[in-house]
Design a protein around this ligand. Structure first.
Ligand SMILES: Cc1ncc(COP(=O)(O)O)c(C=O)c1O
Length: 429
């Protein structure tokens, strides 16, 4: 929403200075002249938009439904909030800035971004290769949801390069490998997957028609500040905006970013499935984007203090925090190559099992016992019995999601208070 005139709102430069994403988050893509001069983009709480003429309405539909090419300088007109809405358009443009993506779409949840994107590309007989562990909902899809549509799966354990090659071979043997779905670092163990290697494998599977599997990366844990999957060869990047981008644990939303050629089919599916984000939520995410860098930088620093504290605690067995990986180990080297920072969500094992983990969780006072992550406040949960409880127990054990594992998302409180809280709770273990 806006234009590219001399006082336009899509300028990325001042003089020779290339503007940084955190600066562009304040105004990019929004033209106050279209909204009575309002400094902030208002909430366009409307289901439909009035056309200035029948001819204009016809032209807008032609573009929205891909019935003809867009003319140079022709703007896509506003039609109906399931198709487009100013809050969502401004939000999509701003999200693209962080990941340097050409196009983006916002959804009603991270899960609707994932399902809408996958169902835009997968067809009966296709195979999806996915990394494990992953968020429980995402993991459910290839195991239980997609097989109902004749789509099969092959898994690849994160943190093991040999497993990636084996998973790739198994997926290709099973049928047409269409999508490689990755979630590095893995929820909840922080195990990594090499995005660049996946992109190489995908290219090696190009068929005679030039088609190849798509590499789709869920960048919720580190992005967009601490990992840029497109720079490593990803085709599409997904987000649960509910987490760091929304950042206040008060909304549910998702996004898919990528080149317009790959986003266009997903846009059509979103229009038909009706999985778009609503204007109010879109507006809240716009507001959150203004402080994204501040919040993610602060929580990253706090997480470092908390992880260092836990590492030395006698009642803590292991801390799965990325900077603790030996730099000369394969995962340590991958962390250096692929990530720009460790984020603030990681897991640790207490001495003992479920009973000890529960004692810790029940004693927390500052850190809240809740699933989710990436909010201003610190949250802790028990993956084996909560977020990952629908993963079969044998598989959980193999993936390192033990009964003693606790996941923490460190927020932006004073880290001394979070550490004091963990200290008193660990006394109960
Ligand atoms: C990595 C990851 N992706 C996707 C999702 C799903 O997002 P949402 O809850 O917004 O649907 C989650 C939720 O926890 C997640 O952790």
């Amino acid at each position: 929403m806006g234009d590219d005139t001399a006082v336009g709102y899509r300028h990325r430069k001042v003089g020779a200075q290339e503007l940084n994403p955190e600066t562009l988050m304040m105004g990019f893509g929004y033209d106050p002249r279209l909204s009575e001069g309002a400094l902030k983009c208002p909430i366009f709480h409307t289901s439909t938009f009035v056309f200035e003429s029948a001819e204009a309405g016809k032209a807008y539909f032609e573009l929205a439904y891909g019935l003809r090419e867009r003319q140079p300088s022709e703007e896509a007109g506003l039609i109906y909030s399931r198709l487009n809405n100013p809050d969502l358009q401004v939000l999509e443009e701003r999200l693209c800035i962080w990941d340097r993506a050409e196009s983006g779409l916002v959804f009603s949840s991270g899960m609707s971004a994932i399902t809408t994107t996958l169902l835009s590309y997968l067809r009966p007989g296709d195979v999806v290769l996915h990394s494990s562990p992953g968020y429980g909902g995402t993991d459910y899809l290839p195991h239980h949801g997609l097989p109902e549509f004749g789509i099969t799966r092959a898994g690849s354990r994160a943190g093991h390069s040999a497993a990636l090659e084996q998973g790739f071979a198994a997926a290709r043997a099973a049928g047409r490998l269409r999508v490689i779905c990755l979630e590095p670092p893995a929820n909840p163990t922080n195990a990594l997957v090499d995005i660049a290697r996946c992109a190489e494998l995908a290219r090696s599977a190009t068929d005679a028609t030039g088609e190849r599997p798509l590499v789709v990366v869920d960048n919720t844990f580190l992005g967009p500040l601490w990992q840029r999957p497109f720079e490593h060869g990803a085709d599409l990047v997904l987000y649960s905006l509910t987490k760091y981008v929304g950042g206040h644990s008060d909304l549910i939303a998702g996004a898919c970013l990528g080149p317009e050629s790959l986003i266009a089919p997903v846009r059509t599916t979103r229009t038909i499935f009706g999985t778009m984000c609503d204007p109010m939520t879109g507006w809240l995410v716009l507001r959150s984007l203004e402080t994204l860098k501040l919040r993610m930088t602060s929580s990253l620093k706090n997480a470092r203090y908390v992880a260092e504290y836990l590492r030395t605690h006698p009642k803590v067995r292991t801390v799965h925090y990325l900077p603790f990986l030996p730099p000369d180990s394969p995962d340590g080297a991958l962390y250096q190559k692929q990530c720009l920072g460790a984020g603030s969500t990681f897991s640790f094992e207490v001495q003992g099992g479920e009973a000890e983990a529960f004692r810790l969780l029940n004693a927390l006072q500052v850190v809240k016992l809740a699933v989710s992550l990436g909010g201003t406040e610190s949250l802790a949960e028990h993956p084996a019995s909560m977020t990952h409880s629908d993963v079969p127990p044998e598989e959980r054990a193999e993936l390192g999601v033990s009964a003693a594992l606790v996941r923490i998302s460190v927020g932006i409180e004073n880290p001394d208070d979070v550490i004091a809280d963990l200290a008193q709770a660990l006394e109960q273990v």
